[in-house]
Ligand binder design. Structure first.
Ligand code: ATP
Ligand code: MG
Length: 424
C-alpha cells in the first residue's frame, strides 16, 4: 500500500482534474461511497468463484461480529447506494466516483494492494449508445492526457446469460478432452468458472484454446444486434478497436458488452481501463430490473503511462516569488504586502520566509526553491516603503527597487497570468 509522495501528486492532480472536467462536461455527477461494505455485497455481485472474492479481499469481523470487506472495486457499492437512496427514480442516471480500492495481490509494477480507480456507472440505458458514449469519452481522455498513441481498445460480447450457459457447456466439453495440456489453475477453473480460462496466459493452455469453440458462434440474436449497434457508433465516430473473442473480464456481473483499453508500455499489467454492461446486477442486488453499463480505470497505471509518454504535471510546483526579510519589522511589512499581492494576483505562488536565518541563508533557500524572483526587504527598503526585486534564474531581472504599491503590476508583467486551458 504505497504512499503517494509530494513529487508524484502533481501528475495525479492533473489526471483527476482532466477526468473531473470531462465527466462534468458529459453530465455525470460524482457520488462518494464508503470504503467498507458488508462482505455479502461483494460475494453476491462480483461472484463467489472469481479471483477477487476467492483470494483477494480484505475481510474481517468488526466489533459486532459483522463481516466487513474493504471494497475491491466500486460498482457493487455504487449499486447498493443507488438502491438505498432511491436514485433510480429518474433514469438515465449517470454517476462517477474515484478513490482507493483494496485487493490482496502480489505487489509489482502497476499492481498494489491499495490502488485507485476512477469509475463511471450509467443506469437505465438498454442500447449500445451508452457504451459508445463511455468509449468516446475515454478516447477523448487519452487524447487530453497525451497517451492516446499508447493505448488500444479491445471489445467483445459475452452474450446473454443463456448464450453463456450454452457456450460454457461446449467449452467445458472441449477443454475436458484436453485436460492434460491445461495448467493447474485452468483445470481448477474448469469446474467453477470455465470462461475465465479464456484469459489464461499459460502457453500450454493457450495452445489448447486455439482450437476451442468461440463464444462468438453461440451469441444470441439480441446480443449480436447490440454489438453491431455499438460497432456502427464507434465506426461512425472514428474510434479504432479490435474485436477480441477471448476477452472475458474477471467479474461475474458482466453480460453483452465488455471492453478493455490496453497498452504494451507497462509490461504484464497492460490493462489501463476496463468495463462493460451489467444488466442483471441491479436485480441481483434486490432492485427493480434496471440496465447498467460502466467502466473503471486504474489511476496508478495511468500515472505510469503518462510517465511512459513523457507527459508531466501541467503546472509547476515551484513558487513564483520567495520573500527574504531582514528582521521582525521587515517580516511584518512583508506579510502585509504579500496579503495585498494575494488579493490582486490570486494565481501567484508565493513562499514566505518563516523561521530563523540570516538574509544570506534566506537567499540560498530562495535559490534552491526554484522561484523566479526574490522579494527582499532590508532596513533600507523598509524605511522607503519599497521592495527589492531580484531575478534568481540565469538571464533574469537585475535587482531593482519597487514601491510596495506598484509591486503587483511589476509582478504581473514579469510573471504573466497563467495560460488558459487549451482545447484538445
Ligand atoms: P488485472 O487483470 O490487471 O488484475 P482486473 O481485471 O482485476 O485487472 P478490474 O477489476 O477490471 O481489473 O479493475 C479495473 C482496473 O483497475 C484495471 O484495469 C487496472 O487498471 C486497475 N487495477 C485492478 N487491480 C489493480 C491493482 N491491484 N493495482 C493497480 N491497479 C489495479
Ligand atoms: Mg485482478
Amino acid at each position: 500500500m504505497p504512499d503517494i509522495l509530494p513529487t508524484q501528486t502533481a501528475v495525479w492532480q492533473r489526471i483527476e482534474r482532466e477526468v473531473g472536467a470531462l465527466l462534468h462536461a458529459h453530465a455525470y455527477r460524482e457520488i462518494r461511497l464508503p470504503l467498507l461494505e458488508p462482505t455479502e455485497l461483494f460475494c453476491r455481485s462480483i461472484g463467489e468463484v472469481t479471483d477477487i472474492v476467492e483470494k483477494e479481499m480484505y475481510t474481517f469481523a468488526d466489533r459486532n461480529g459483522d463481516s466487513l470487506t474493504l471494497r475491491p472495486e466500486g460498482t457493487a457499492g455504487c449499486v447498493r447506494a443507488v438502491l438505498q437512496n432511491g436514485l433510480l427514480q429518474s433514469l438515465p442516471l449517470r454517476l462517477w466516483y474515484a478513490g482507493p480500492m483494496f485487493r490482496h495481490e502480489r505487489p509489482q509494477m502497476g499492481r498494489q494492494r491499495q490502488f485507485h480507480q476512477i469509475g463511471v456507472e450509467a443506469f437505465g440505458v438498454a442500447g449500445p449508445d451508452i457504451e459508445a458514449e463511455h468509449l468516446l469519452l475515454l478516447a477523448r481522455l487519452w487524447r487530453r492526457l497525451g497517451v492516446a498513441p499508447l493505448v488500444r481498445l479491445e471489445i467483445n460480447s459475452l452474450g446473454s446469460a443463456a448464450a453463456r450457459a450454452a457456450y460454457r457447456e461446449a467449452l467445458v466439453a472441449y477443454l475436458g478432452a484436453h485436460l492434460d495440456a491445461l495448467d493447474e489453475d485452468s483445470r481448477r477453473r474448469l469446474g467453477t468458472n470455465p470462461l475465465r480460462i479464456l484469459d489464461s496466459k499459460d502457453p500450454g493452455t493457450r495452445e489448447v484454446l486455439a482450437g476451442a469453440p468461440s463464444l462468438d458462434t453461440w451469441l444470441d440474436e439480441e446480443s449480436r444486434a447490440h454489438m453491431d449497434g455499438l460497432r456502427a457508433l464507434l465506426d461512425a465516430a472514428g474510434v479504432v478497436y479490435r474485436v477480441n473473442p477471448a476477452l472475458v473480464r474477471g467479474l461475474d456481473y458482466y453480460g453483452k458488452t465488455v471492453y478493455e483499453w490496453v497498452t504494451d508500455s507497462l509490461g504484464a499489467q497492460g490493462t489501463v481501463c476496463a468495463g462493460g454492461r451489467y444488466d442483471a446486477l441491479v436485480t441481483q442486488l434486490g432492485g427493480p430490473p434496471t440496465t447498467g453499463a460502466g467502466f473503471a480505470m486504474g489511476v496508478e497505471r495511468l500515472v505510469l503511462l503518462l510517465g511512459a509518454a513523457g507527459v508531466g504535471a501541467d503546472d509547476a510546483a515551484e513558487p513564483h516569488v520567495f520573500w527574504v526579510v531582514g528582521d521582525a519589522a521587515a517580516q511584518r511589512f512583508a506579510f502585509v504586502v504579500a496579503e495585498a499581492l494575494r488579493d490582486r494576483l490570486p494565481w501567484l505562488r508565493m513562499q514566505m520566509h518563516c523561521g530563523e536565518g540570516s538574509m544570506r541563508s534566506q537567499m540560498k533557500k530562495a535559490d534552491r526553491s526554484g522561484a523566479t524572483l526574490a522579494l527582499i526587504v532590508g532596513a533600507d527598503e523598509l524605511a522607503a516603503d519599497e521592495i527589492s526585486v531580484r531575478g534568481l534564474r540565469a538571464g533574469g531581472l537585475p535587482q531593482s527597487r519597487v514601491p510596495s504599491a506598484g509591486l503587483a503590476d511589476v509582478l504581473a508583467r514579469q510573471l504573466g497570468t497563467p495560460a488558459s486551458d487549451a482545447a484538445d
